[in-house]
Design a protein around this ligand. Structure first.
Ligand code: ATP
Ligand code: MG
Length: 265
């Protein structure tokens, strides 16, 4: 199953969510591929992949999208068992424009991930903060969209636009696409604002809203500068516990169908 973690608003916790649920899913025995399609490459550096400045051979998602490089030759292993990544690189900043002239430009990522998706239980795509062609490629490739929403004043602004974009992709390019879940991030239970936003999201998304609230936790923001997930950096922190629980919710929500398929005899 392929998830796109998407919200065109910047800094809402997309990358933090992809990195940490990716690591917890892998630790729980699932085989996981992370795909970084943000030119900022925060996910790539956050998992500890460094690109030597002189390394001209470094292959990234840019090569898959623009240079027809096979995805299998771009996949890198991480330190963590069961966890692979297709890294991003700064060249990807030009890809929005370069993609415009290509055939089936919205489906290039899908075509490539379809070649390798059977090797993984879950593929998690970290989207950039825009609704441009890179994000559209992620939505076309995905089965489910996960939307992180930051508990702050303008949190809900822009969600309508995101949902409209998802509807357009669903009706024109990917009929199976669904909103898999909404997760409230950087929650602060001392503020009424955080609580108000939780109530409002619950009204809008009801059962799609995950019960787990991701708290604002300094450890979550420190971990990436050490190239680590929260599970490796500070496994007992409130942030770690929350992402652990969110991972269990994701597993319960998206793997229970399989169990029901098992014949009872
Ligand atoms: P962008 O849109 O730029 O890609 P993003 O949506 O991927 O951003 P992140 O990079 O995950 O967002 O988070 C933005 C910043 O907030 C980062 O510095 C991150 O470390 C920090 N952060 C994310 N989640 C939390 C949290 N729950 N508590 C404290 N800090 C957090
Ligand atoms: Mg990000």
């Amino acid at each position: 199953m392929i998830f796109a973690i998407s919200n065109q608003k910047g800094g809402v916790g997309k990358t933090t969510t992809v990195l940490n649920i990716g690591v917890y899913l892998a630790k729980k025995g699932k085989s996981i591929l992370l795909v970084d399609i943000d030119p900022q490459a925060n996910l790539t550096s956050g998992i500890g992949i460094k690109r030597d400045r002189n390394d001209k051979e470094f292959l990234s998602i840019y090569d898959v999208l623009i240079n027809k490089t096979e995805p299998i030759s771009v996949i890198k292993k991480t330190r963590i068992e069961n966890l692979d990544i297709i890294p991003s690189a700064i060249e990807l900043a030009g890809a929005e424009i370069e993609l415009v002239n290509l055939m089936s430009r919205e489906a290039i990522l899908k075509k490539n991930l379809d070649k390798i998706k059977h090797d993984y239980d879950f593929i998690l795509i970290d989207c950039p903060p825009s609704l441009g062609l890179l994000t559209i490629n992620a939505h076309v490739a995905a089965d489910k969209i996960l939307i992180p929403v930051q508990a702050e004043y303008y949190a809900l602004e822009g969600l309508g636009q995101l949902i409209n974009t998802i509807k357009l992709v669903k009706s024109n390019l990917n009929q199976e696409l669904e909103i898999g879940g909404v997760v409230l991030t950087m929650f602060d239970n001392r503020t009424n604002l955080s609580k108000d936003i939780a109530v409002e999201l619950n009204q809008h998304f009801s059962d799609r809203l995950f019960d787990t609230l991701i708290p604002r936790n300094i450890k979550l923001s420190e971990a990436p500068s050490h190239g680590k997930s929260i599970q490796e950096y500070e496994p007992t922190s409130t942030g770690a516990q929350a992402y652990d629980r969110l991972t269990d919710e994701i597993l319960a929500r998206f793997t229970k169908d399989k169990k029901q398929d098992v014949p009872s005899s």
